[in-house]
Design a protein around this ligand. Structure first.
Ligand SMILES: CN(C)C(=N)NCCC[C@H](N)C(=O)O
Length: 281
């Protein structure tokens, strides 16, 4: 970016739904980051999660909370429980039986909060874990969790164009471990994204290059510390504290990195974005 004019980045206020990790544990392993033989602390997880929530509030965003449920240790990863675009909600259906019951708690939360346009999916769909809204199209990951048929279902239910992307590395089992949107735009060409190319099949890499020629390309080191699990409001980019290299490169492009320690939640395979379901209206 040297010598180039960096455009001013404009934050927009967001509304997030989060779930405190009061019952956090790693009792089972459904992704390569989880090791039930290693100790985890729900207290540390709650402290880190609280810092994340308060960071969003400090940045001027609204955070709603859903009550956690005993026996659902992964419920903290709220992003896997719904996709909301223009007030229309597509619920989730989990691949792992250990997480199945989470979907109903979130369905009820949406109904109790006035979201009448709500559809529960027939196909396996781990929501914003595999869906990323660019402002015009929904980028949709598959390969490990979300069924490819869920992409067509999301297009039909949400009424937005869906672009399928194939994930190929089991460590990056959800799209939100390999890509996030820095700045949305109603025109695809001007939306800004960052992604880790090696997490995608060759064909999907070509799709991403074609759609987002100015994307920030992340390195293996950025991906390994869950740097691609960031949350951007168009200017402020919340990242894991280890992702300083990526943060520095985003700063060169006019973004403001905001670091949080999410190390305890990473033991279950999650980062800032996984804890954060965005409610778009
Ligand atoms: C960033 N990612 C991957 C998420 N969107 N969610 C984290 C889910 C973690 C949970 N143990 C699981 O394996 O489902």
């Amino acid at each position: 970016m040297q010598g180039e004019v960096v455009p001013p980045r404009v934050p927009t206020p967001r509304r997030y739904l989060m779930c405190p990790p009061r019952y956090f544990a790693v009792d089972y392993a459904i992704n390569p980051w989880m090791d039930p033989s290693k100790p985890v602390s729900a207290d540390v997880a709650v402290a880190q999660w609280t810092e994340l929530r308060d960071t969003y509030r400090r940045l001027g965003h609204t955070v709603e909370e859903i009550d956690p449920q005993p026996g659902l240790p992964d419920m903290v990863f709220a992003a896997n429980s719904g996709t909301v675009v223009d007030g229309r909600v597509l619920g989730s259906r989990f691949r792992a039986p250990q997480r199945t019951a989470e979907a109903e708690h979130f369905r009820r939360w949406f109904l109790e909060h006035g979201y009448r346009d709500l559809t529960m999916p027939e196909k396996i769909n781990e929501a914003e874990g595999d869906f990323a809204w660019t402002g015009r199209v929904l980028l949709a990951g598959t390969g490990f969790r979300t069924d490819p048929a869920a992409h067509a279902e999301a297009q039909e239910v949400l009424g937005v164009p869906v672009v399928s992307l194939q994930l190929i590395d089991p460590r990056y089992y959800h799209l939100d471990t390999a890509l996030f949107v820095l700045a949305e735009a109603t025109d695809t060409a001007t939306a800004q994204i960052v992604y880790y190319p090696d997490a995608f099949s060759p064909g999907s890499q070509r799709v991403l290059r074609r759609m987002f020629p100015d994307a920030v390309l992340a390195t293996a080191a950025d991906a390994e510390c869950f740097g691609l699990n960031g949350v951007s409001d168009g200017r402020n980019v919340v990242l894991p504290v280890e992702a300083t290299d990526l943060g520095a490169r985003l700063a060169e492009r006019g973004y403001e990195p905001v670091y949080v320690d999410i190390s305890e939640l990473r033991k279950a395979g999650g980062g800032p974005k996984c804890c954060t379901l965005e409610i778009r209206k």
